[in-house]
Ligand binder design. Structure first.
Ligand code: DC
Length: 228
């Protein structure tokens, strides 16, 4: 099996680029942020303070979290039997996901779900600790970054396109805070693996970033895109 790990801060284009590259190479795209988001959403739905680690940890065994792929190959998240794929995208849930993801027990709870995907399929997996913790033997590791303003602009455009009301300044402030939290935490912090290729997408068009990632995939895995 081939595995490609793509890590980096929020809004660097990880999910859009990974999804497209996976489609081109016939790999499965695994969005690991969606799993943390599902736990973040669960804390909200069950009225649990995401800053209260003990309460979050106590909630974990009561949750049923499932990751499934529909006929179109899209990853869907289910919480206690309900499809929550849309709800987990709310900005409020981004911050809750970042908070619960700093809890070591939450990370441990999700390790096997992520690794089993890579055992069973060729994957492009994106997140914060894929190259460092989840798939340390990945065939290719990419650390994707871009200027904070660039990243906030992309995230803002994405949210407004989905009809979510927000201001650019709010999105930028939220993103900077979340990146600080994700980088400063003790458990699996956001950082490039020693053997990761650093890719700065500032000023790139989406097409250029996809080209760059696909070039690396072909070079490191020996696979060629099956679809163009
Ligand atoms: O990729 P995202 O923005 O959907 O992720 C939401 C939060 O989940 C992010 O702020 C940090 C956390 N996360 C993580 O800690 N480890 C991952 N592999 C993926 C996401």
């Amino acid at each position: 099996m081939i595995s490609v790990a793509i890590d980096g801060p929020s809004g660097a284009g990880k999910s859009t680029i990974s999804r497209k590259a996976a489609e081109l190479y016939g790999f499965i795209y695994v969005d690991t942020g969606a799993i943390y988001r599902t736990i973040g959403l669960a804390s909200k739905l069950y009225g649990i303070d995401a800053d209260n680690s003990a309460a979050v940890v106590e909630m974990l065994p009561k949750l049923s979290i499932k990751m499934m792929y529909n006929d179109a190959g899209e990853q869907r998240m289910y919480l206690d039997g309900n499809d929550v794929s849309r709800d987990i995208r709310l900005p409020e849930v981004s911050m809750l996901a970042s908070k619960v993801s700093a809890i070591p027990e939450v990370r441990a709870f999700l390790v096997e779900m992520q690794r089993s995907m890579a055992r069973e399929h060729d994957v492009i997996m994106d997140g914060r600790d894929i190259g460092t913790v989840i798939l340390p033997d990945a065939d290719l590791k990419i650390f994707l970054t871009a200027d904070a303003e660039d990243r906030a602009r992309r995230r803002y455009d994405e949210l407004t396109a989905k009809g979510v009301e927000c201001s650019f300044d709010e999105v930028l402030a939220d993103m900077i805070k979340r990146d600080e939290q994700d980088t400063a935490r003790a458990a699996a912090p956001l950082k490039p693996a020693d053997d990761a290729v650093l890719l700065d997408t500032s000023g790139n068009t989406l097409g250029q970033s996809i080209e760059a990632v696909c070039g690396l995939i072909s070079e490191k895995t020996g696979r060629q895109a099956v679809k163009r």
